[in-house]
Design a protein around this ligand. Sequence first.
Ligand code: XMP
Length: 528
Amino acid sequence: MARLPDPADHHERLLIVDFGSQVTQLIARRLRELSVYCEIHPFQRVTPAFLQDFGPKAVILSGGPASVPNRGSPRPPDEIFDLGVPVLGICYGQQVMQQMLGGRVTRGEGTAEFGRAFVSPQGQLDLLQGWFDGPDGTGREQVWMSHGDHVAELAPGFEVFGTSPGAPFAITADPHRRFYAVQFHPEVHHTPKGVRLYENFVRLAGFAGDWTMGAYREQAVEAIRAQVGDAKVICALSGGVDSSVAAALIHEAVGDQLTCVFVDHGLLRQDEAAEVVSMFRDNMNLHVVHAQEQDLFLDALEGQSDPETKRKIIGRLFIDVFQKHADGIEGAAFLAQGTLYPDVIESVSFSGGPSVTIKSHHNVGGLPQEMGLTLVEPLRELFKDEVRALGRELGLPPSFIGRHPFPGPGLAIRCLGEITREKLAILRRADAIFIDQIRRHGLYDDIWQAFVALLPVRTVGVMGDGRTYDYACALRAVTSVDGMTADYYPFEHAFLGETATRIINEVPGINRVTYDITSKPPGTIEWE
Ligand code: XMP
């Protein structure tokens, strides 16, 4: 699979060596927020040849679940300490660094610390500028610890600059060689001033901090042109942020060589298809094929109520439809995808070699090989928040960039049980009212995802003098950082009451509204 020439080639790079910590990605995010380009690589991959090729301006050794005193525990190559660049070891990274440079690490026994701890200063260190000078006068900083083992003997050249009750060597450094080692995790939220530490680290490493979206845009455009030449590119536009930003960027690079295919499966929200097509076609002058295949999808779904069967039918038809339209585009050699960095980071696996997790986007995962297309993935170096920033940079409207995620199978998994055109129409109207209410009350940006699920039950009600027997629906609104865990949004009762009244009054077919207060886990965000 060909990949985009690396737009980061022109950048100063920081290398994060991953030992499998749950929070390694957060280190990268903190650095990217400081406009520093960095990449995460599993320790197995970081060989002397890799180091030479990568040319890091600084190195961070991440935390990890292994134990340094154990035989065969992971190590970076010795050469990492001969590069002449600053090195910061975090938690496991700190311990492995001490051990390799001549110190000694021992198993916990009474010194394990998990959770909040306070570090007190000892001496002055460039890495700690802006620390220990809080207004409360305690001279302490709150940090997040999570360690069983600890450093028992410092490596030659190192001194202690901070201590906590469970970690006498909480902060150590050899300032002469610019080697720094901390026992806690500065990248997590619970180390409130952790960012300051990274800021000091990249400053003392001499980073210019020039990783901006403006610079990325220019380089990515150059790289796309170099990859694509004068061939044609096709893109499955879903209306989601990732595919939209990828399409806008590729369009900027190769203009009319790009054709987008927007598959309308009849399971979109109210006015959604028209809005997406009009924005890209009319406002941004992209060539968009609007594949109106509602009947194909809805006929195939008729009588199906099992969630997985629904997903399979939609996925299969999506590929068929996309392929049919793509076949009509003569000379298409490339397929654009909105793959993001978290999807391509190789995760550390202790059982075997590094494993690669790549999610297929837009339900077209298997297409490139089948159709003989090469992938163009201009977002594969970016995190989600960076994709949003790039979208703004490219002139996509802020309301579009901030849209809630929407699942590929669309309303099919929100119309519980059997899908009918009538039930979809009811669901669309109720969903539009709920979202309108959320926008009117200024809550849209505080919520990760909000929608209505139409329940497969009818309930008795009374309206005017008559008895009704109509559908019940559930409102779902959650807060989340990444969709992996979520909590329900704590609406005011007045908001819920007003929304329920509007839905019942304005949507014939619904006579009961409930609010789902389940978190994830144990629930999921969607109902199917
Ligand atoms: P769950 O329901 O698993 O959802 O908590 C987590 C996130 O994934 C979305 N989701 C899907 N997205 N195809 C998609 O493209 C699917 O089949 C699908 N199922 C769930 C969901 O909307 C939420 O953002």
